[in-house]
Design a protein around this ligand. Sequence first.
Ligand SMILES: Cc1cc2nc3c(=O)[nH]c(=O)nc-3n(C[C@H](O)[C@H](O)[C@H](O)COP(=O)(O)OP(=O)(O)OC[C@H]3O[C@@H](n4cnc5c(N)ncnc54)[C@H](O)[C@@H]3O)c2cc1C
Length: 642
Amino acid sequence: MIGNFEARIPSGSLDRKWTSHKDHSRLVSPNNRRKFEIIIVGSGLAGGSAAATLGELGYRVKCFCYQDSPRRAHSIAAQGGINAAKNYQNDGDSVYRLFYDTIKGGDFRSREANVYRLAEVSSNIIDQCVAQGVPFAREYSGYLANRSFGGAQVSRTFYARGQTGQQLLLGCYQALCRQIAAGTVQMFPQTEMLDVVIVDGHAKGIVTRNLRTGKIDNVAGDAVVLATGGYGNVFYLSTNARGCNVTATYRAYKKGALFANPCFTQIHPTCIPHSGDYQSKLTLMSESLRNDGRVWVPKRKEDCAKPPKEIPEGDRDYYLERKYPSYGNLAPRDISSRAAKEVCDEGRGVGPGGRGVYLDFADAIKRLGEETIRERYGNLFEVYEKITGENAYNVAMRIYPAVHYTMGGLWVDYNLMSNISGLFVIGEANFSDHGANRLGASALMQGLADGYFVLPYTLPNYLAGQMGRRPSNDNAEFKKAERDIRAKIDNLLKINGKRSLDSIHRELGTLLWDKCGMARSKNGLEEALGKIPELRETFWREVRVPGDGEDFNQSLERAGRVADFLEFAELMCLDALARDESCGAHFREEHQTPEGEALRDDENFADVFAWEFQGNGQIALPKLHREPLHFETVHLTQRSYK
Ligand SMILES: Cc1cc2nc3c(=O)[nH]c(=O)nc-3n(C[C@H](O)[C@H](O)[C@H](O)COP(=O)(O)OP(=O)(O)OC[C@H]3O[C@@H](n4cnc5c(N)ncnc54)[C@H](O)[C@@H]3O)c2cc1C
């Protein structure tokens, strides 16, 4: 294995670890900072905030993204909000409570120290964003407003209507633009990273393809930061932007970076149901809607075809309120998703194919008035109406779970550095903070914590020992990486088969959704592991990638990403099979409580699974490394939201 597989968690009490780590980390003096070149791949909330902050500190940053502008990163899609332990509502919140909710929400499969740090810096994020002018919702008095998200009994979610991600990204983008204008950050839009270059065991560069011209280049740096987001699109249909992919992290994995918990995928309970075979993406209806909307299905199958208004109160099953009275409609995502699947499997689902449940605002409108609901969620209701043609102020929304977020990602230590020295991974691309299930409004918090407040301390700690070690990009490793990428592109263009990329990707996604989705079983996973290599062979034999390499060619871009998904899917299924327990969103049918909840096996699986590439499945299975999770502060309990 390249490098070190040590979590490097600082000693000392939980609430002092981060402060004392910062106090003892090495620094780079202001005059020396401009001598370092940092490569940041990704300019969403994680990458953008890191690039702006490191630029402000005086480092020279090269920042890459595949969109035409950092403004289009998938972070822009985030609707509902961002958590912070400010306790503005005086409802009992604290750093400890946010920490505890996050650990519990993740079903005790994340590191205490990382999660505590996240809760600790959460308040700074809000201050930072307010200072940037992010227009968070405010009370009439002018104070910042909050709402509740799943898995919490306090209101700690800050929001900007249903556009929180967009507004946060605008704030971040302004800070980034300031550094671009100051010359500290150089932005490379429409440039895709296709490989990491490792020199003497350290990540020292990347290979890129200019997506407008097709030109392949390589770039040397003193450190590489991956902020490339999540890989939910491996399922083909997800709430992610169409471009989201696994290529950057998967190719780093193939170069020796460990991939942690790849099977931990979040299925979000409130999405617009799938409506047809040619649909290319699914749409989220923010979890914030569950503050006021009530989830229900008819008690009797016979009523499912009736319009919801014709089903009287007594014939409705508000199943989340019934099963989880203390959290009700705000039960966490994994639990709410499974509960929806369960009632639909019983034949009580509504809408086409019986794959839907109601999210009903009638009570809230009666209590608060339509205007208040419009103020809170107006743009979400508009999105819903544009897609379904239904007015949710009059008729209950129909929702169903969909793939949404990936808790798995590249393994990182406490410094957010992978096992490869100098390769840092931040935001959704790493595995670090959410365990087996992420709580709502915690991804934005983590991405911005990593970029604004963690990496700016931990990266210098690495750089301090690296002065003058940046290789030239004439180095043999760069040349080899570039040759390999060219060969891969040529191979894709040569296939010239008859099947479309989408048809193969869709087939992969359907297989994963059935066998490695909301519920998994040994038999199902073994079946998927048999079929994925066959599908991969079909791809390399029959897919058609039109156009050529040295040109603008979106089919070629997608082909590389689908090829990676076809290998990565196998790693997900292997991980799901090896984790012979249920935890959070990883629900192995063989392991459930009598009430049908996830049944953990702490004795054997309170570990992070980190996989090392050995050649794809047909050559050699990946090697599993396990990082035991030590719980010194919280007691492991059966998660209960009753
Ligand atoms: C519909 C939706 C709503 C959500 N709502 C919320 C919410 O309300 N609250 C919350 O906390 N979370 C929410 N999330 C989750 C949250 O939005 C994401 O987890 C988060 O924005 C990810 O940020 P990121 O910076 O890690 O990645 P991204 O924003 O995905 O950015 C990835 C960046 O990497 C670049 N990139 C990727 N691969 C390459 C490559 N190979 N080469 C070059 N560049 C590359 C991209 O161009 C992009 O700039 C939501 C997610 C979805 C799908």
